[in-house]
Design a protein around this ligand. Structure first.
Ligand code: C2E
Ligand code: MG
Ligand code: MG
Length: 734
């Protein structure tokens, strides 16, 4: 800069001398020679400065006051990637890492801001030719001219990216440690706590002030053995990283499980200077795990093992049975009357009953016996080591005894009873699933008998069970395909001999096996629950037929349908009403035949439903009377209008004195109760006469007609077919 000015002065001097002639010529000449000397000196000095700058190992950039690059040494070239030729003449902004801000100004500091100070150091971000952005330490100084005026700027850059990154990393680590959800505790070589983070305080309840200077014994719960503690201490003194679960103690005294990992920090000499433990409170996790284990393996209602847990326990026992040739038994227990109790008294009573049953069964068993609840009212007992098969029979008897006692729940006295099926191993098999199925088959056999009791499984039962399974499948198809039919058996008055009604009896027209009677398939339908759908169909079909007869102008008589005990629930009245409504049938035209097994169920459940049906206008008949358990006196409690004397007692009439006596007792009693009597299965004239003489009201039997198809029955009604029952001395008439 100075050399240029000197050169300009020299040129002016020469011009003045050429233009001005002799005036002042000497002075000008002297000035000219002085300037020439100065210029020569300045020019001689320049390469030296340049050389110094060139040789400096620090990057140096010079700029004019407007920020345009005027100098660029090789170190700058090396750092920034631009050659001097590329850089000189450019505005310094070309090195900035950030784009200019929206006002067009440079994104960070402008050199002008620092000119006041003359020199300044600051950290800036710059971009290399390669595009790489780096942190640079920059010292900026002003070049002052001889006149004291600023001439330009010198910038001296050093790359500080590495240092910046380390600092940044430390800051980040500190933030991570503090914000971590895991508790962090650092101890020094004396095992004194020197650092804890916020999560530590949150988990343990101790603040940093309370913890610092103490040993980790602050959190000691006292539940661990000294061996375990020694292992943890060894890890803290550098025996190696350790990971595990430790029970800690919070400030409030509460114990909590924590998952801990411990590592140490060593100095250059390899000595442990610090140990740090990172831990998380896993009490919620543990509680959830425990809850999930409970849910997966235990029945929530009774707290007993569930099917999963049972399978596991029996599976283990069977594995050991294979090795050690031990014997065992599975008992499948199904409660009687549970469903109706649950339906009538509500699930709260049902639940309480199940809990009590579970409790009673458990008390009756030994500790080593397994008791599981595997379904609604189904329990399984596994006797995992018995010497004789008979032992399981003793256990079954004992369980039946405890269940035979009434249960007092919510003011109700409930009788349940149970069916128990037993399978034994290794005799019946060594697979859990097989043994459970076998015991189930035996249990179902007991159920079918209608009485409480127990049975051992036999292969014959299995064969029948399979046969039933096949029939069940086919029966479902029959229901859908319309292969079921109702036949009608007339009931005739023993006074007039006229048809006074009929009983609708189910028939299954099997595609391969021909007509199948209800005695074969109704029990299967009851067992499988298919009876609900079938019963529904029977009700609808009977009403539909009544409507068809009415529409055909036939004076319809009441039709009785058989209602299975399983069908008899609180929904029955509504279902019947719907069928009546659907076909516009008066209730008096429909009668219901129920069996005695229904009466031995909880009367307080059954009677309200019966009353409801009677209030609807339906008459109830007690079917197969005499074969069940109900005492005659007991009958008074039920709103029953008809007793049907079972065929079993009619067969022996009039030869068998016993049967005659029973028939007489039934008729007499029903007369006292003002109930109607119907004798079932009357096949002979002699039977008819005897019953007539007793005062029995109606008969139903082959003597008059077997069950027949609807059209055949309609023809009987149309022609007013009658039974010849006129007594020799008196003509019947009613
Ligand atoms: P139940 O209600 O006692 O029906 C009377 C049974 O005695 C009928 O047998 C009938 O055919 C038969 N029977 C009538 N008179 C005579 C006779 O003089 N001699 C002989 N040997 N038998 C006679 P079926 O039709 O085989 O029905 C058997 C049982 O199946 C019925 O006994 C009833 O308990 C049940 N059942 C029939 N239909 C239905 C139904 O729709 N629903 C339900 N739940 N059960 C039904
Ligand atoms: Mg019947
Ligand atoms: Mg009957």
């Amino acid at each position: 800069m100075a050399d240029a000015l000197l050169k300009r002065c020299l040129d002016l001097c020469r011009e003045l001398r050429a233009a001005g002639g002799a005036t002042g010529g000497a002075a000008l000449e002297e000035l000219e020679s002085t300037l020439a000397t100065l210029l020569a000196r300045a020019t001689a000095a320049l390469p030296l400065q340049t050389r110094i700058i060139e040789q400096l190992r620090e990057p140096i950039i010079t700029m004019d006051l407007a920020g345009y690059v005027t100098g660029w040494n090789p170190a700058a070239e090396e750092l920034l990637g631009y050659s001097a030729a590329e850089a000189i003449g450019q505005h310094i902004l070309f090195l900035y890492a950030e784009e200019p801000d929206e006002n067009g100004g440079p994104p960070d500091e402008m050199p002008e801001l620092f000119l006041d100070n003359g020199s300044s150091f600051f950290e800036v971000r710059r971009r290399k030719k390669s595009g790489e952005v780096f942190w640079a330490g920059m010292s900026l100084s002003t070049i002052i001219g001889d006149d004291g005026e600023p001439l330009g700027l010198v910038s001296h850059l050093t790359e500080i990216t590495h240092r910046r990154a380390t600092e940044e990393q430390l800051r980040l680590q500190a933030r991570v440690i503090d914000k971590s959800e895991q508790g962090i505790l650092i101890t020094d070589a004396d095992e004194k706590i020197v650092f804890v983070n916020a999560a530590f305080t949150q988990i343990t309840g101790y603040t940093a002030e309370e913890a610092l200077g103490k040993t980790p014994d602050l959190l000691r719960s006292g539940v661990h053995s000294s061996d375990f503690r020694a292992e943890v201490r060894a890890a803290m003194t550098g025996a190696g990283p350790w990971q595990g679960e430790i029970v800690g103690k919070r400030k409030n005294g509460e114990l909590f499980p924590q998952s801990v990992s411990i590592s140490v920090v060593r100095n250059e000499a390899g000595e442990v200077t610090h140990a740090f433990s990172v831990f998380s409170d896993i009490s919620v996790l543990r509680a959830t795990e425990e809850r999930m284990r409970q849910l997966a393996n235990y029945d929530t209602l009774t707290g007993l093992p569930n099917r999963t847990q049972l399978n596991q326990l029996v599976g283990q026992a069977l594995a050991s049975a294979r090795r050690n040739e031990t014997h065992g038994a599975l008992l499948v227990i199904d409660l009687f009357r549970f469903t109706s109790i649950n339906d009538a008294l509500g699930s709260e009573v049902g639940d309480a009953l199940l809990r009590e049953v579970g409790g009673r069964l458990r008390c009756a068993l030994r500790n080593e016996d397994v008791l599981a609840r595997v379904g609604g009212d189904e329990f399984v007992v596994a006797l995992l080591d018995i010497r004789k098969r008979e032992h399981s029979a003793f256990v079954a008897q004992k369980l039946l005894r405890v269940l035979g006692e009434p249960f007092l729940i919510a003011g109700h006295k409930l009788y349940v009873g149970a069916a128990i099926g037993i399978s034994v191993y290794p005799g019946d098999g060594l697979e859990t699933a097989d043994l459970l199925r076998f015991a189930d088959v035996a249990m179902k056999r007991v159920q079918k008998s209608g009485d409480t009791g127990y049975l051992f499984y036999s292969p014959e039962m299995d064969r029948r069970a399979r046969e039933n399974l096949r029939l069940e499948g086919e029966l479902r198809t029959a229901l859908v395909n319309g292969d079921l039919q109702l036949h009608y058996q007339p009931k005739v008055s023993l006074r007039s001999g006229r048809i006074v009604g009929s009983e609708a009896l189910l028939r299954w027209r099997h595609p391969m096996e021909g007509m199948i009677g209800p005695a074969v398939f109704v029990p299967i339908a009851e067992e499988t629950g298919l009876i609900f759908d079938i019963g529904e169909w029977v009700l609808d079909e009977a009403c539909r037929q009544l409507r068809a007869w009415l529409d055909a102008g036939i004076a319809a008589r009441p039709v009785a349908v058989n209602i299975s005990a399983r069908q008899f629930d609180a929904h029955l009245p509504a279902r019947i009403q719907a069928a009546l409504d659907r076909h516009r049938i008066e209730a008096r035209l429909l009668r219901l035949e129920i069996t005695e097994s229904l009466l031995v169920r909880v009367p307080e459940l059954v009677i309200p439903i019966m009353n409801e049906l009677v209030a609807m206008g339906l008459a109830l008949a007690l079917d197969d009377f005499g074969t069940g358990y109900s005492s005659l006196a007991y009958l008074k409690k039920f709103p029953i209008s008809t007793l049907k004397i079972d065929r079993a007692f009619v067969i022996g009439i009039p030869g068998d004195d016993n049967d005659c006596a029973i028939a007489r007792a039934i008729v007499t009693m029903s007369q006292q109760l003002r109930q109607e009597t119907v004798a079932e299965g009357v096949e002979t004239e002699a039977q008819m006469r005897f019953l007539q003489a007793l005062g029995c009201d109606q008969l139903q039997g082959y003597l008059f007609s077997p069950p027949v198809a609807a059209d055949v029955f309609a023809a009987m009604l149309r022609t007013d077919r009658r039974l010849d029952c006129a007594l020799p001395e008196k003509l019947a008439g009613d």
